[in-house]
Design a protein around this ligand. Sequence first.
Ligand code: SAH
Ligand code: SF4
Length: 340
Amino acid sequence: MSLTEEELQESLLKDGHKKFRARQLFQWLHLKQVFDIRRMTNLKADFQDYLLDKFIFPDFKILNERKSPTDHTAKYLFAFGKKQVEAVWLPYQNRQSLCISVQSGCSLNCSFCATGKIDFKGNLSAAEILAQVYGVQQLYSRRITNVVFMGMGEPFYNYDSVIRAANLIAHPHGMNISRRRITLSTSGVFTGIKRFIEENQPYRLALSLHAVFPEKRNLLMDIEKKFPYEEVLEYLRANRKKLQPGQLMFEYIMIDDTNIFPEDAKELTRWAKLLNAKVNLIPMNTEFNGMRPPPQEKINMFWKTLVKHGVVAVNRKSPAKDIDGACGMLAGKYLKPSVL
Ligand code: SAH
Ligand code: SF4
């Protein structure tokens, strides 16, 4: 399932099979999302035998489903061997988003994030990333229109598999999800950001900034020591012609008494305008690790200051809170595990 159509072709041709079989197989997997070879009805039995012998097909299980009674979101627990991950279904009026994971746990340890506190079990393969998209899509008649790589883990510490998975869900012979509706979120892994820009990747890039002063960011995110955000932002500024309009956005969690003072608003405004980046403001979604969301008036004031100075800032509500599915709450916590 990780292979591109061209790679499948190459492999099949080498073994003496016809080229068009690659397209058929690709469509079964990525368009019809059928993973049982015996159900691929237009493939001859001996070709099915060959496939079963040659390839490993994904074997994934959804271990649990938690549906929100209030906002129609749902959270799914997947297991790939010992690696457990979660994906969150987020229906809106005009789109259906799926938030997916790229690692089981996270090797980073941002102070506000529950995922960073659980055991890190490693990277997912491209097939395991895709299994979340296809696995959840099979449960719904409404089409997934947007995919956000904002679940567990750091996409740019699993760069190859993440880009491969994104390419496969955007492929016109597969789900054909628009590239502008696929978003990768990074805590600021500079090496990955450079590669992403140099390769002219078409996906949207969300940079989790959360603070615009080094001392403050250091307290919130360990990664600031390794990759200071100012270097990342300066690099993006120097390369801003390589970014499409609307491709870059900042994510900024609002934490009470921490990062929403007037000087924060001013500095965030400066960077957002320099880079022409939209700002996604997310009130910290729950009290955690001694931090809490600000009261509504402070949230509004911070948001208004940005907007007044010409920044496109969205004050995003955190959906899926009551199922522990909101940003940063994915930690594999389930009350009653059950197999669907
Ligand atoms: N590791 C990547 C992507 C996964 S985290 C990253 O950090 O960008 C996805 C988003 O959820 C990030 O912007 C992250 O900062 C945010 N997040 C984490 N914990 C949160 C919390 N408690 N409240 C609100 N957002 C949170
Ligand atoms: Fe990892 Fe992102 Fe959570 Fe930080 S916010 S611990 S980088 S998942």
